[in-house]
Design a protein around this ligand. Structure first.
Ligand code: GLP
Length: 268
């Protein structure tokens, strides 16, 4: 794991945007894995700005989102499709037919839908860079605690904590889905690079468990310990419970020097 701690959350977003810009500008048909939630919003704003400044184009980019609610359709303003359209897709030049979310409409078979999503990712060559947030309970995507570390795209029942955390986004009397389709943990681990962003004090415990805890299904994000190229971008409040912070800062300074001396190594 490469752990980078910043003073401000804007630096987390800017650094993540730089990773995406490098990928999109260096690969012919880049495949991005995208996330929803409040954490990546600043990243998406930064990508829109860079697109407007003509620093990058998404014309040949394909995207796969981590998850989507069950029981509401794409036109619902609470759907993750709507979130992605509003916060990113409508403002850049990505081809909308090349943006995928793991959906399962009424009447469709979730097992078949999950398999088809996995197949589509594989068929297009796999995800180059997967963006992740983290739930306060350590979830990634909607892989709640006790999710199999070998899981693939499927239905998950949301935990009480996730429902409570996300209830702030729903009005009183508005239907809040309790089920979702989500990429599995194994799906996420298949990405060539994973970049997890966490900001704010309420993520500090999950971040500590992810990095220092045992590899355990009880903290799904701890599965990233098994990934060859996991980059963890934190602001100092999200990093506040981490031991050895000075070491991470020192190692990161060395990484910058190594990259300057030998060039950035990206095995996209
Ligand atoms: C959501 C999403 C996750 C996200 C997490 C944290 O419910 N399914 O992909 O990373 O919970 O969200 P936030 O960034 O709003 O804290």
């Amino acid at each position: 794991m490469q752990i980078v701690i910043f003073d401000h959350e804007q630096q987390v977003a800017d650094t993540a945007a730089q990773w995406i810009e490098t990928l999109v500008n260096n690969k012919k048909s880049p495949i991005l894995g995208l996330a929803t939630g409040s954490t990546p919003i600043k990243l998406y704003q930064q990508l829109i700005r860079r697109y407007q400044e003509k620093k990058l184009t998404f014309k040949s980019t394909t995207s796969f989102n981590l998850d989507e609610y069950l029981g509401i359709d794409a036109t619902n303003s609470q759907s993750y499709r709507h979130f992605m359209n509003e916060n990113l897709f409508n403002h850049i030049d990505i081809d909308n037919t090349h943006t995928y979310l793991p959906t399962c409409a009424q009447g469709q078979n979730p097992r078949e839908q999950g398999l088809a999503y996995e197949e589509k990712i594989k068929q297009l060559g796999g995800i180059d860079l997967q963006i992740l947030g983290i739930g306060a309970n350590g979830h990634i995507g909607f892989n709640e605690p006790t999710s199999s570390l070998a899981s693939r795209t499927r239905i998950k029942t949301l935990s009480q904590q996730t429902l409570a955390d996300n209830s702030r986004l729903f009005n009183n009397n508005e239907f809040q889905p309790t089920l979702a389709m989500t990429m599995g943990i194994a799906t996420i681990l298949d990405a060539r690079y994973v970049l997890l962003m966490a900001t704010g004090e309420n993520k500090a415990k999950a971040v500590k468990d992810m990095i220092t805890g045992p590899l355990s299904a009880i903290c799904p994000a701890s599965a990233l310990q098994m990934h060859e190229n996991a980059i963890i971008l934190l602001d100092k409040t999200a990093a506040s419970q981490l031991p050895d912070q000075e070491y991470y800062q020192w190692a990161n300074a060395q990484n910058i020097k190594i990259n300057q001396a030998f060039g950035l190594y990206h095995n996209y």
